[in-house]
Design a protein around this ligand. Structure first.
Ligand code: ZN
Length: 103
């Protein structure tokens, strides 16, 4: 749960405590609306997992993620393994020990 979501829930609790019993259903409706909106948002944020081959490193990149991932582990095991940089030209995967170099 994010910080925004937590403070939002606290705020709703405070409003709920000030409302009459017959108006509490409004709070319930609000909580439900927020919960479904939040669920829909995280669904979109996750998005489809599309790998992009970076020709300068020979690694896979995902969206805005700055990490370089091993293409062998992702293609064969569906695992996202962050590669380690050895030097300017070479990276290595700690999982399958593949050397990754520019294409
Ligand atoms: Zn690997």
């Amino acid at each position: 749960m994010s910080q925004d979501q937590t403070s939002l829930n606290t705020l709703i609790d405070q409003i709920a405590s000030r409302l009459a019993t017959e108006d509490q259903h409004l709070i319930t409706a609000l909580r439900e609306a927020l919960a479904s909106q939040h669920a829909a948002h995280s669904e979109t944020a996750k998005g489809p997992l599309t790998a992009r081959l970076d020709t300068e490193s020979g690694c896979y990149l995902f969206g805005d993620d700055p990490s370089y991932y091993c293409p062998h582990c992702f293609d064969q095991l569906q695992q996202k393994i962050t590669t380690q940089r050895l030097n300017r030209k070479l990276r290595v995967c700690p999982q399958c020990r593949s050397s990754l170099r520019p294409l």
